[in-house]
Design a protein. Structure first.
Length: 231
């Protein structure tokens, strides 16, 4: 079983779309895919969350959501506000190891060091417990180099592997910062750029998402994208 841990440089950077794109490519290759969401925040009981979005984009996948909190806050804070138990890193590790799949993708909430609980456990602890590589989903524009570099440094200090970075929502008409960031992200993270997905894929059909994944993600993630073909 392969395991990928997916985090972001922040919120609303296209992380769920990237998870769906990776899942779609794996499914197209005949693999059984499960997506694990340790903590879904900002979604009320009964409402569709990130796992429903992944299934709508990628097609049927296994889905495991360990906890849900209605407030759109960091999981530890949202759990306190809801008066319900927080997620523990060991629970996430056990849930992932229990899956019967060829590929398990763990999608974090926000960035790498967003706290799950008051013990200061984070997605980094999950990646360490699973000995799994991390894929960083980055925003496209000004300011991302700093947050990407900080994430890479945090992973390196913990002895964790950054497989590379994917730009999750690249604009149709990029500005100067968005264009040059494609060259600079591999330098500041000391890890390869693994893909660039266009903005707006959250509303795509499964067929269009799969086509975009094949063109926008590199071979490590199952696609045919190459940095030489970057926008």
């Amino acid at each position: 079983m392969r395991i990928l841990v997916v985090t972001g440089t922040g919120t609303d950077v296209g992380k769920t779309v990237v998870v769906a794109a990776i899942a779609a490519l794996a499914r197209a290759a005949g693999e059984r895919v499960t997506v694990v969401k340790p903590a879904q925040t900002g979604v009320a009981p009964g409402e569709d969350g990130d796992l429903a979005a992944v299934a709508g984009l990628a097609g049927p996948v296994g889905a495991v959501e360990l906890a849900r909190y209605p407030e759109p806050l960091a999981p530890a804070t949202a759990a306190r506000c809801a008066g319900t138990p927080p997620v523990m890193a060991a629970e996430v590790v056990d849930a992932v190891r229990a899956q019967d799949a060829d590929l398990v993708i763990v999608e974090g909430a926000g960035g790498l060091l967003v706290r799950f609980n008051d013990l200061a456990e984070t997605l980094a602890d999950v990646a360490a417990g699973l000995a799994a590589p991390v894929v960083l989903v980055a925003s496209a524009g000004l300011g991302v180099l700093n947050t990407a570099a900080l994430t890479a440094e945090a992973l390196a200090r913990r002895g964790l592997t950054l497989a590379g970075t994917v730009v999750g929502a690249y604009p149709e008409h990029p500005d100067l910062a968005e264009r040059t960031n494609l060259d600079d992200l591999p330098t500041v993270t000391a890890a390869p750029l693994l893909g660039v997905l266009p903005a707006g894929l959250g509303a795509a059909s499964p067929e269009d998402l799969l086509a975009a994944a094949r063109c926008g993600l590199g071979p490590v993630l199952g696609g045919g994208w190459s940095p030489r073909r970057a926008p």
